[in-house]
Design a protein around this ligand. Sequence first.
Ligand code: SAM
Length: 243
Amino acid sequence: TDFGYQQVPFAEKAARVRAVFESVAGNYNLMNDLMSGGTHRLWKRFALSQTGLRPGGRALDVAGGTGDLAAGMARQVGADGLVVLSDINAAMLQEGRNALTDRGLVANVRYALADAEQLPFADSSYDCVTIGFGLRNITDKAAALRSMTRVLRPGGQLLVLEFSHPVLPGLKPIYDAYSFSVLPWLGKVVAKDEESYRYLAESIRRFPDQDTLLSMMREAGLEQCRYHNLSGGIVALHRGYRL
Ligand code: SAM
């Protein structure tokens, strides 16, 4: 669409995102497990192993949704640290809050309804910022990358965990067949929502490949940028530092 984010008020934009995510919020974790065969847990575990967080650290999970990354980071920073779970969608944020509270993660976690393109946090606030399977859904990705870089303290790092483009020979045709037939079918049968899962497959195909995202991160001002392919490039973890 031709909506620049400046012209779209937060409430209106949140409503459009909600149309996609509210219908999946309740089934979200079940669908993640089914679609990835449980592998999304391993991808997230790998991302968490790279945060470099220590007890007492401060972390921000952007587009955090159901809060898997925030939960892991809350354990890493411990009682003296702080993790902020943020999302543009109130229903997803509430799902995240319930999930973390159920796991006993309460004292060192805060919640913020926030647009990744205009994060309402002070400069240089966090040791680590994560965004897991969120950048793909954001309209102005460059603005989001700049905003996430701004809130990092010097020396802090941004981790972007996102679907990417398969690099293993022979994997791409199988993966395409899976995304464009199995995925919408699963969406129809389990979540009663074929359209949202068709949108998912489309958004994955359109998302910048590994090297393009790397240059976007450099343009946002991040340094020492690199990435690590997971599952043959179906997913990639990108990392960059604010120096
Ligand atoms: N990080 C979680 C995970 O890995 O399970 C949730 C990922 S979910 C696929 C994507 C999330 O991005 C949704 O919760 C949605 O509300 C959020 N989102 C979409 N656009 C956003 C924006 N502009 N700013 C912040 N969050 C956004």
